[in-house]
Write a protein that binds this ligand. Sequence first.
Ligand code: BG6
Length: 506
Amino acid sequence: LENGSLSIIVLGASGDLAKKKTFPALFNLFQQGFLQPNEVNIFGYARTKITDDELRDRIRGYLIRDKGASSKDSEAVTNFLQLIRYVSGAYDAEEGFQQLDKEISKHEVAKNSAEGLSRRLFYLALPPSVYPSVCRMIRHFCMNKRNIESGQSEMNICNVPLCNHLTADLGGWTRIVVEKPFGKDLQSAEELSSQIGELFDEPQIYRIDHYLGKELVQNLLVLRFANRFFLPLWNRDNIANVQIVFREDFGTEGRGGYFDQYGIIRDIIQNHLLQVLCLVAMEKPVSLKPEHIRDEKVKVLQSVLTIKDEEVILGQYDGYRDDPTVPDNSNTPTFATMVLRIHNERWEGVPFILKAGKALNSRKAEIRVQFKDVPGDIFKCKKQGRNEFVIRLQPSEAMYMKLTVKQPGLEMSTVQSELDLSYGQRYQGVTIPEAYERLILDTIRGDQQHFVRRDELKAAWEIFTPLLHRIDDGELNPLPYKPGSRGPEAADELLAKAGYVQTHGY
Ligand code: BG6
């Protein structure tokens, strides 16, 4: 940090997201020295009436996941927890936010030198229904002081998007972090965006999609644009199809009420998988500047054609409706496979198959790029499968290329093998940061590269809204599948129809 103080305010501090993701990410940053006790204050805000110590006790157990924690770790936990204070109040209560502002200001002053900067990061670990009122409260009562005194927001002082040195000159900043779901369809998302947009400028709004913080998702840009290998191959002439797959081996237990309102398409495909698709399919950005990258992502999204009903398979696992918070007649999909088609010069005719499911036989997220057959094959190796390039996002990050080699031995026969880069082996001893940890650090640094811009969000909803409305209206219904299975068999048939040639089980 430069001179001054940083206040991180977690709204919804007693909720699940805050406990499981936000506070542990902050703790990791603290442990690595990114959050210095002489500069940083952390505040929790929620409706529950508890004391500072009660909040600290609630969080403590979530901070260290590793069972072999040392005494140094426990000391770090204690020091970290000392930075946290709690204020209770409703999400639309002026008094609550006035009190919050008083607390922030008090501790800010203690850590702020006379010419120091006031930086306030508001993390909304809350349901989107309260975003508008919370944003209004923050805007009216809790902005960083120097900006408020000059009566100007970050953006309109200079009329240019901000970068760090500018914000520094202007006396700090206020930023807000919001989580998906951003709305339920195009219209509701646009309404939400306008409401927030009236209160904050785009450079102050950080829309998190935590998949953009995953190591191997971030690696996609490097892989594609820093390697000569991929440049000539990454197109419709060579690639037969692309699969982007998310599987979980557990159901929606404990969050059926939330899930049933959204379903797998809104929960995973419209955001996490679509963001990955953008990075796989986009053209090379002019530079690594956030706006350049996001410009290219928007172009991909705008080139996606309307999804055809016959290229969608929905599923719902048996037992999903047994959850008391799920209606007995729910037609919410817990599984979906669909084909997206990108109408541009690079990808015309290449199916992008997005697949996501809960309660399946394994937990895995991967990108599988399948290449076309070799023309004029003299080895008759077609039956062994095609070249594939697989990027496993989790678990056990890895990239591997499936290729045909000579079967070692006296015969001139072929076999499928792999060039394998497994991160666990190659980067032994390197800790891969948690997605939230990295994204919160980006927010503090003012780097929006890995956050979703408003027009990107709009374009993403434009792709899925017609399909989602047909599902909501009961025109498309999910097929049943057994928990612990691969999902409905019809999904494999759709894959085959889209041209995917199975090599071996995955
Ligand atoms: C969340 C979804 O965004 O991502 C959850 O709401 C899902 O339903 C989770 O379980 C998966 O995240 P990860 O990082 O475990 O793949």
